[in-house]
Design a protein around this ligand. Structure first.
Ligand SMILES: CCCCCCCC/C=C\CCCCCCCCCC(=O)SCCNC(=O)CCNC(=O)[C@H](O)C(C)(C)COP(=O)(O)OP(=O)(O)OC[C@H]1O[C@@H](n2cnc3c(N)ncnc32)[C@H](O)[C@@H]1OP(=O)(O)O
Ligand SMILES: Cc1cc2nc3c(=O)[nH]c(=O)nc-3n(C[C@H](O)[C@H](O)[C@H](O)COP(=O)(O)OP(=O)(O)OC[C@H]3O[C@@H](n4cnc5c(N)ncnc54)[C@H](O)[C@@H]3O)c2cc1C
Length: 661
């Protein structure tokens, strides 16, 4: 049963919902991890929809940037008052969800507070530091951000220029931005809203640079909100999207903070200027790993937003004919439309499934690290580096296809797809530029292959054990596990090809850095294939664990779309393994899978249960009543407040008048 059906809906959409073979609430439970979690999302949406002061004052596309920031702040403040009655305050998921529901995806002044300001205090602050700041931050007495990137440096953290020099005599750190390129640049909420920040600066003690470390820094006066003396701060200007957030710049001039403001759970500076090393050199980077570990699910949901819009719209949009010339067909019936959208539905599910898995892995790692065991850090760093890169890229591609699948109306801001696209593809850049992060994973793959070459295959972790196998023939009696073997073959041969290229260049006398650079395109290809293999195997495992048989059946259909599409997409890497007959067989299986999934397409996107408020799309409305609402939306555009604009009276009319003979 599809729970989205309501009286008054567009009959085409109701017809689709009636053709679904499964219960959308049960599917939502599988997507979000449990019936309880899915139910909480519905309850929060429902509660929010009944609070008038939380509704949009006007559609986001009609707001200026200043209005967006004002609206985000207005709603944040109201939410802060209402949150205790609406959500479980200890739940990060519920906190993020309600902000998304109420404020949307364009960012808001507290977007970074929850995800990048509070977690470093909680994980890298000492008990005393947590006592001092955590409660204040959680109550939102203070608003924080995370200032790491600089005008001249982002990807390469070793080159950051901001310094925090320890002054023993005053027991203070002195913060400085010595050059224009050392200005912090990009941090969200820094521009106008935050009054505190985690600042990443090079720790200098007794003239020795110990590299980047995190510091708690007050930026603005807590009464007047004016920047404190020694601080230069402001907004960096409009962006491609995400304009509800005030990304900012920040400079320091001999700005002093107490010694106790360095986050010292792992690294420490003692009063006499002693430096105590952390248990792992990169432990200070763990805030980034946390955000990356959450990106697959987050991006999967961005894709889910775009697909909810495109699939619902494709079910009510009629254009052209198939056999029956008496009525135009739903565009969703065209194979090209299905090929454009259904593999992306499968990817959205796959990303969410493996996203929740990486969140679980991160949470486990956090416990291990707090207990002094840092051995899992390298594995999770490699995994999340690849995952954020592949998922953000494919999400961007999927959203753009969704936009095109909506024809002309997809290009209108009424679809809201362009905003989803703009926000989502920010993920290709933030938290580590994709190529840079793919190359981090490649280091791990090359090291794994070197272990095999050195006869140490038994030391390989489970995620890379396939690199040591020797599969050269596949029995295409095709089930998911055979597809997995095909993918393993592709990932393995590319990883070996890239490593051997790197080694050959090294052996020719080239420096390590040059050889790496000259092999880097091949290395990034290896990282992508490795990551896609991981996504596929997580998807297969997840479907295998589903108990409800109706849900399992449709997820197997979706998995079939995924595995056939993915293998077709990497055809070039499996030429040595699969014959052209086998490739034809897979291609045909893909087409059959598209037909199989067709009756469930709308129910599959309905199962994401994204409310109209959150979707903010005229095309993607739950009720499917698109045309009358598009007309209403256009009429409410501020340009239509007057029939004759100043642009006409001041310029066009005089021009036309002058041109008259
Ligand atoms: C619609 C519904 C969806 C819901 C979503 C919610 C709605 C919200 C609305 C909108 C969302 C938008 C939100 C926007 C938020 C934006 C937030 C952005 C925040 C930021 O971007 S913060 C800045 C991030 N910056 C980076 O990521 C910088 C990238 N660079 C690096 O991380 C490092 O420089 C480097 C890793 C690339 C290199 O570091 P370096 O020290 O030089 O190390 P190397 O020499 O390369 O490697 C040495 C060795 O260390 C290992 N290593 C590196 N990192 C780690 C690590 N983290 N853990 C473990 N080990 C690590 C590395 O592998 C090497 O090992 P080896 O020697 O090979 O064995
Ligand atoms: C929406 C958004 C929000 C952000 N929020 C924050 C925030 O809250 N806090 C914060 O501190 N920062 C934030 N950032 C900054 C972000 O983290 C950086 O922009 C990001 O890490 C990329 O760094 P960069 O800009 O220096 O890119 P660059 O490194 O300059 O990248 C430019 C090009 O160089 C290539 N390149 C660079 N290094 C290498 C290499 N070693 N090998 C091969 N190619 C390379 C890249 O692949 C890319 O093609 C945000 C950015 C965005 C877009």
């Amino acid at each position: 049963m599809n729970q989205s059906i309501k009286p008054g809906d567009n009959p085409d959409l109701t017809e689709e919902r009636l053709s679904g073979t499964f219960d959308t609430n049960s599917m939502a439970a599988v997507i979000y991890g449990s019936d309880k979690l899915a139910q909480r999302r519905r309850e929060i949406s429902e509660a929010v929809s009944r609070i008038p002061e939380l509704q949009d004052s006007k559609p986001c596309p009609f707001m200026t940037r200043e209005e967006k920031i004002l609206e985000g702040s207005r709603k944040s403040a109201i939410l802060n008052r209402l949150l205790p009655g609406l959500i479980d305050l200890d739940s990060f998921e519920e906190t993020v969800f309600i902000h998304q529901e109420v404020i949307g995806i364009e960012g808001h002044p507290l977007a970074l507070h929850e995800s990048l300001f509070i977690p470093p205090i909680a994980t890298q602050g000492t008990d005393e530091q947590q006592k001092k700041w955590l409660g204040r931050a959680q109550r939102r007495e203070i608003i924080g951000c995370y200032a790491q990137t600089e005008l001249g440096h982002g990807s390469n953290l070793r080159a950051l220029e901001t310094t925090a020099t320890f002054d023993i005599s005053s027991q203070e750190f002195i913060l400085n931005s010595p050059t224009i390129t050392s200005l912090k640049w990009w941090p969200g909420a820094l521009g106008k809203s935050a009054n505190w920040s985690i600042v990443i600066a090079n720790l200098i003690v007794h003239d020795k640079n110990h590299g980047p470390h995190p510091f708690m820094v007050q930026l603005r006066d807590e009464k007047s909100h004016e920047p404190l003396p020694g601080i230069t701060v402001g907004d960096i200007g409009p962006k491609m999207a995400f304009n509800g957030a005030d990304n900012g710049f920040l400079g320091f001039e001999n700005y002093r903070i107490p010694r106790e403001n360095m986050l010292m759970r792992h690294s420490k500076v003692t009063p006499d200027g002693g430096y105590i090393r952390p248990p792992h050199a990169k432990i200070g980077y763990s805030g980034m790993v946390r955000v990356r570990s959450r990106m697959a699910a987050e991006q999967g949901l961005f894709l889910a937003h775009a697909l909810t819009i495109a699939v619902r719209y494709s079910a009510i949009r009629r254009q052209g004919y198939l056999e029956d010339r008496s009525r135009e067909v739903k565009v969703l019936d065209y194979q090209t439309q299905q090929h454009r959208l259904f593999p992306s539905i499968a990817r959205a599910y796959a990303f969410i499934f493996c996203g929740f898995e990486t969140i679980r892995l991160y949470d486990q790692l956090l416990i291990d690290v707090q207990n002094g065991n840092t051995s899992g850090m390298a594995d999770l760093h490699a995994l999340t580096s690849g995952l954020k890169s592949v998922v953000t890229h494919q999400t961007g591609e999927g959203i753009e296809q969704a936009r095109m699948a909506c024809g002309g109306h997809g290009y209108s801001m009424a679809s809201y797809i362009s905003e989803i696209y703009g926000v989502a593809i920010g993920g290709c850049t933030y938290e580590g530029e994709n190529m840079v992060m793919l190359l981090q994973l490649a280091r791990y793959l090359v090291k794994s292959i070197e272990m095999i070459q050195n006869g140490k295959s038994k030391n390989l972790g489970p995620m890379v054990a396939y690199l040591a196998a020797n599969e050269s023939e596949i029995d295409l009696n095709l089930g998911p596990n055979e597809y997995l073997k095909v993918f393993q073959y592709a990932a393995r041969s590319q990883a070996w090809r890239a490593t051997e290229k790197f080694q050959k260049l090294r052996n020719s006398g080239m420096s390590k850095e040059q050889a790496w650079n000259q092999a880097s395109v091949e290395l990034t290809r290896a990282s992508r294939l490795h990551t896609r293999l991981y996504i596929m195997s997580t998807f297969i495992n997840h479907v295998g664990s589903v108990v409800d048989q109706k849900i399992k059946k449709v997820l197997i259909d979706l998995l079939n779309v995924h595995i056939t599409y993915e293998v077709m997409d990497i055809g070039i890497y499996v030429q040595g393994l699969l014959s052209s007959d086998q490739m034809d067989l897979i291609r045909n299986q893909l087409y059959v899978s598209l037909e199989t999934i067709r009756p469930n397409a709308v129910s599959l996107v309905d199962s994401f249960q994204i409310s109209d408020m959150q979707l903010r799309s005229v095309l993607g409305r739950r009720d499917g009543n698109v045309y009358e609402n598009l007309f209403k939306w256009a009429k409410s555009c501020p340009l239509n407040d007057k029939d004759v604009l100043e642009s006409v009276t001041k310029y066009l009319k005089p021009m036309m008048d002058k041109s008259k003979l």
